[in-house]
Design a protein around this ligand. Structure first.
Ligand SMILES: Cc1ncc(C[n+]2csc(CCOP(=O)(O)OP(=O)(O)O)c2C)c(N)n1
Ligand SMILES: [Mg+2]
Length: 546
């Protein structure tokens, strides 16, 4: 068998279901082997989108998503997705081609050092130099991509090696259980929590990667300790729970930060310093217990005093088993802040003004989304509003990137979510800027016959940066653009295009689209003109006075 065939067999052996990508001349042998395989090729219109789809597959399943590109230009297009997977902790394996390594007749044409280019963006990047190495290289690339902390890996298969004959066979994964926390660390954590006056639970990204939901819920029910979420920890525990104190959508001065300020101990489950910090540690400030798969990388804003390292779900279970609810715990201040925050949160949910205001938009999406429905957010000002106001009910139902925070991932992520969850309601929510960064994938979505709803929030601008500009009292400059007619644009792909013309149309239109198969693009004019006042002045003032 050819080495390319062995590569695909090895992927099959890892139960890979999809390869997302765009082939090139140098990957034709791989493509040929794929044509005879159980793996489905998802051909995209840009490698970046293939990468975003692969990593979202990884994020939702815990299994490495696989993407494929050719050498040089194709591989360079994977770079943003590699960074996204690596920072976001999403398992992904990238496979790229290369010119023949033994002798090439084309000089340096198209050749860049892809293995080195991927080095700072991956956990593992290797050129395959012989068919003999393929079984171990593939196993290693998958193992590392999936192992905590998950991330991106890369294999390069040069054209001449791909055609070499080999009689090796794939290697299988070993039986393995994740290490669990040591008893003394658990005991120390329990003692510290019991000794606190105002302990607070913080739920972060890593808790969203595993089945910690049940354990955390049990911990909260037993101890009645209130919790807050980071942006990427949304949904691990139902945010509609009465002990939910808010999401760290803004960096500071929100109600949630008043709760954090009132805590004397933070039990941090699954947060690491890759996310924009939900709180900033200061010397002699609040104590932190770091509960994670891996030790904390120390940072000027994060230096926990106690660590419980091992499988998160098990650590929470062990702590929960040992802990006793304390009469000394006092959550009165948390509860007071929460009450004020909730009252404020509901304001604007029925705002009838048009273009639609963010609070109404978020409230309407929440109203039409079932509990397990998934929203895939691109990056823009709306992300802050969704993180802050949208109550996630289940883990991984808000696909949000607070790590690379790249634009362009909303649509491809929603498409991958559709492949993983054929029966859930799925909506991509994009700004008019971010949508246009990968809008060509509408064709892929149609070709795959996906049922998908795409909201385009149209403010004819890079709104998030405008908001930051305003915040710094800089003149409005350099951030406005024009747009295609999104309805006609969608229709030109064969998708359904809809335009919202007053606020009351939005919810019924989304419902209609969710219940009608096909790709639906909804053009939603938005008005962010209140955001500076509300997010930067009103919330800090109101929260300070609670
Ligand atoms: C690839 C990439 N380029 C630039 C940025 C910086 N950036 C962050 S948000 C944003 C504006 C997003 O505009 P849009 O998608 O229209 O969303 P809006 O904020 O207007 O709702 C920009 C330029 C980024 N995060 N990612
Ligand atoms: Mg915009």
């Amino acid at each position: 068998m050819k080495a390319a065939e062995l590569l695909i067999r090895a992927l099959e052996n890892e139960a890979v279901e999809y390869v997302f990508g765009i082939p090139g001349e140098e990957t034709l042998e791989i493509l040929d082997a794929l044509s005879r395989s159980s793996i489905t090729l998802v051909l995209t219109r840009h490698e970046q989108a293939a990468g975003f789809m692969a990593e979202t597959y990884g994020r939702l399943t815990g299994k490495a998503g696989v993407c494929l590109s050719t050498l040089g230009p194709g591989a360079a297009n994977l770079v943003t997705a590699a960074a996204h997977a690596q920072l976001g902790g999403m398992p992904m394996l990238m496979i790229t081609g290369q010119k023949p390594v033994k002798s090439s007749k084309q000089g340096q044409f198209q050749i860049i050092d892809v293995v080195d280019m991927m080095r700072p963006l991956t956990k593992y990047t290797r050129q395959i130099v012989s068919g003999r190495n393929i079984p171990s290289r593939v196993r290693e690339a998958i193992r590392l991509a999936e192992e905590e902390r998950p991330g991106a890996t890369h294999l390069e298969l040069p054209e001449d090696i791909a055609s070499e004959e080999t009689d090796e066979s794939p290697l299988s994964a070993s039986f393995l259980r994740r290490p669990i926390a040591e008893e003394k660390a658990v005991r120390a954590a329990v003692e510290r929590i019991e000794r606190a006056r105002h302990p607070l639970l913080l739920v972060g990204a890593a808790a969203n990667r595993t089945t910690t939901c049940r354990m955390l819920r049990r911990f909260i029910e037993k101890t009645r300790i209130p919790f807050v979420t980071t942006q990427m920890g949304k949904g691990v525990v139902d945010e509609a729970h009465p002990l939910f104190m808010g999401n760290a959508a803004l960096s500071a001065n929100d109600f949630v930060h008043r709760v954090i300020d009132a805590a004397d101990l933070i039990i941090n489950v699954g947060h690491d310093a890759i996310e924009k910090p939900p709180f900033v540690m200061r010397p002699h400030g609040v104590d932190v217990i770091h509960v994670n798969f891996f030790t904390a990388s120390v940072d000027p804003v994060y230096f926990p005093q106690l660590e419980v390292i091992g499988d998160i779900a098990n650590s929470v279970w062990q702590i929960c088993e040992r802990i006793t609810k304390q009469d000394r715990w006092d959550f009165a201040r948390f509860v007071r802040v929460r009450k004020a925050a909730e009252t404020y949160l509901n304001q604007g949910a029925d705002d009838a003004r048009f273009p639609i205001r963010p609070q109404r938009l978020v409230a309407d999406v929440r109203r039409v989304m079932p509990e397990k429905g998934i929203i895939a957010l691109d990056n823009g000002l709306f992300k802050v509003w969704f993180a802050r106001n949208y109550k996630a009910r289940f883990s991984n139902t808000v696909l949000l990137d607070n790590a690379l925070a790249t634009m362009g991932a909303g649509l491809p992520s929603a498409m991958a979510a559709r492949l993983v969850h054929p029966n859930r309601k799925i909506m991509a929510i994009c700004g008019d800027g971010g949508f246009m960064m990968n809008s060509q994938e509408l064709e892929t979505a149609l070709r795959l016959k996906l049922h998908l709803v795409v909201l385009i929030l149209r403010d004819e601008a890079y709104g998030m940066i405008k908001w930051k500009q305003e915040q710094r009292s800089l003149a409005n400059f350099g951030l406005n653009f024009g747009n295609p007619d999104f309805v006609k644009y969608a229709e030109s792909y064969g998708a359904h295009g809809h335009r919202i013309e007053n606020a009351s149309q939005l919810a019924p239109q989304m419902e209609h689209c969710q219940n009608t198969p096909g790709v639906h693009v909804i053009d939603v004019p938005v008005d962010y003109s209140d955001s500076d006042r509300i997010l930067n002045r009103e919330i800090p003032e109101l929260s300070a006075n609670t």
